[in-house]
Design a protein around this ligand. Structure first.
Ligand code: SAH
Ligand code: DHB
Ligand code: MG
Length: 225
């Protein structure tokens, strides 16, 4: 994508809040470091957002979580920590190298027994999950290729149930939602998913705008009716 443009004040406040309230532990910090060392883009959620995902998983009483877009497993670790010990998280990752690094990170964080990493294009994996009848998922986090966001949202509803909570990352995209020419690859998928969030009768949704180390962005929160 185009470059993030974080302002110094946003980053300083984010770091203050993370240290004062969020308290990411060594395993989470090492997961971020491992991604840097493996040459992955630094596009994991912030610790503050990761903690929000964990708390949402807990407050939903979720036992089954679906994630689309694993990277190095940073958001995976946060969400898995919100699950009970016999809970299950399935996460979809296109790149085998990312999946390998994530496997090591979730294992090192002590949540490996809850996490099932599926390598391949998520649209194919989602069809496999449906065929396996492993659902319904109680909580879904969508954070992969933005072009497919409307398809991922439709799958989240189909693999969910009434009451399933869906979080979608990156729905403001440095303001590209108002100027899709800023990113002709990703903006249409983001806008398509936002249109569904507002108009699909199966969903009840809102969007929160964010600033910080990842620039100007936001996440959508939807509940399946
Ligand atoms: N959720 C992670 C960040 C994910 S970054 C976190 O916050 O820690 C997006 C990831 O989606 C990347 O690892 C990328 O390889 C993966 N991805 C991109 N296209 C994909 C696809 N079609 N299917 C599955 N994963 C995909
Ligand atoms: C990108 C992807 C993300 O999920 C994110 O949070 C930030 C950036 C990207 O593809 O550039
Ligand atoms: Mg993201």
């Amino acid at each position: 994508m185009f470059e993030h443009k974080p302002q110094p004040g946003w980053v300083a406040v984010e770091e203050f809040l993370s240290a004062a309230v969020v308290h990411p532990d060594g395993a989470l910090k090492r997961a971020v470091q491992s991604a840097v060392e493996a040459g992955m883009p630094p596009i994991e959620v912030t610790p503050n957002a990761g903690k929000l995902l964990k708390l949402l998983v807990m407050s939903c009483g979720a036992r089954r979580v679906l994630e689309i877009g694993t990277l190095a497993g940073f958001s995976t670790i946060w969400m898995a920590r919100g699950l009970p010990d016999d809970g299950r998280l399935v996460t979809c990752e296109y790149l085998a190298r990312h999946a390998e690094v994530a496997r090591a990170n979730v294992d090192a964080a002590g949540v490996g027994h809850k996490v099932d990493i599926r390598t391949g294009a998520a649209l194919e994996t989602l069809a496999v999950l449906e065929a396996e009848g492993g659902g319904p998922f109680d909580f879904v986090f969508i954070d992969a290729d933005k072009e497919n966001n409307p398809h991922y949202l439709d799958w989240a509803i189909r693999l969910g149930r009434p009451g399933t909570t869906i979080v979608m990352d990156n729905v403001v995209w440095e303001g590209a939602v108002l100027d899709p020419s800023m990113d002709e690859i990703n903006a249409p998928g983001i806008l398509g998913a936002l249109k569904m969030m507002g108009e699909d009768s199966r969903l009840d949704a809102t969007v929160i705008q964010t600033v910080g180390s990842k620039g100007w962005d936001g996440f959508a929160l939807a509940v399946v009716r």
